[in-house]
Design a protein. Structure first.
Length: 316
């Protein structure tokens, strides 16, 4: 499964993949990780640090310049009990992501209680190419906590951003594109006939479908893109600096890749396939007040795609 080929960004910068450490170092991704309240660190396949945001740098008390290029374990000291390295532990458990509570050691001494989300990424041949960790300082109130105390950044079923964190990132991104007069395309992706899939093959296959869509999106988007699960079988993909025509090309490529996938479990005696419908809305192609208006427009386009036969892309 190859990466989607984007047309060049409006500013001429090339498309990015998480595994491309050189691109990560030199790209304009910094807004995305420095806009968050959580600490973020990104490593390559050798666990060398290729990116760290200001929050985490300040939290441990070491400048980013001294951290970049160094081995992750030499710079990030954690008290995790019997676990030596969270990235290796994630691979050992054969998971894409694990959540754990621990203590982060500060350079001047002492520890800070943190919740750590560790996510690993693989290329199209299932080779480990790097990972990302997000640290939440448990001594401070997190803006993502809701009334029930939920603070999940990741969606467990798809491995993408959770609904709450997705909305947070969309708000930040839309404010950015309006301020700098950039383009932004937003997609709503919906699995066709998901209820029938669930009824016919059971929850295990339905959950596998969500996981497969999430994995495909992760493998085929740039670092600057935002992918999350909105609800049930509906996903959101935001593409900064991508215009309407290019966004449709990306959407059609995603549809093709999903159409080629097979859902296989030990209980299935046959290959199960699925399709998706996609609605696209692009800024500034139409007048909108905020990111919510873009989602509404994409939802209208998605409805059109469903009404016109499904497994197709429509734009607002």
């Amino acid at each position: 499964m190859g990466n989607i080929s984007y047309k060049a960004d409006v500013d001429g910068s090339p498309a990015l993949t998480v595994g491309d450490s050189a691109a990560i170092k030199n790209s304009r991704y910094k807004f995305a990780i420095n806009a968050l309240d959580e600490g973020i660190i990104i490593v390559d396949a050798e666990l060398c640090v290729v990116a760290i945001n200001d929050v985490l740098s300040r939290l441990i008390g070491i400048s980013k310049e001294k951290i970049l290029g160094r081995h992750y374990q030499k710079m990030i000291r954690l008290d995790l009990g019997n676990i030596d390295c969270l990235f290796r532990e994630t691979l050992k458990q054969q998971k894409d992501i694990i959540h754990i509570n621990g203590a982060l050691q500060k350079s001047g001494g002492g520890f800070v209680p943190v919740t750590i989300n560790t996510k690993v990424q693989f290329d199209s041949e299932d080779r480990f190419i790097g990972g990302v960790q997000i640290y939440k300082n448990m001594q401070k109130l997190d803006r993502l906590e809701d009334r029930n105390g939920s603070n999940s950044i990741w969606d467990d079923k798809s491995g993408l951003f959770s609904r709450e964190h997705l909305f947070y990132l969309l708000e930040l991104e839309f404010a950015k594109v309006r301020r700098y007069k950039q383009t932004l395309s937003v997609m709503l992706l919906d699995v066709d006939n998901f209820q029938e899939l669930n009824k016919s093959y059971g929850r295990e296959v339905a959950d596998l479908a969500l996981a497969q869509v999430g994995k495909l999106l992760q493998e085929n988007i740039r670092l600057s893109d935002i992918a999350g699960r909105l609800k049930r079988d509906r996903f959101v993909l935001a593409l900064p600096r991508i215009d309407k025509e290019s966004a449709r090309d990306v959407a059609d490529r995603i549809r093709y890749l999903i159409e080629q996938m097979s859902l296989l479990t030990p209980l299935l005696k046959e290959e199960v396939h699925m399709t998706i419908s996609i609605g696209v809305a692009s800024y500034p192609n139409f007048k909108v007040m905020d990111w919510k208006d873009m989602l509404k427009a994409a939802d209208i386009a998605l409805y059109m795609a469903k009404e016109m036969g499904k497994n197709r892309t429509e734009s607002f």
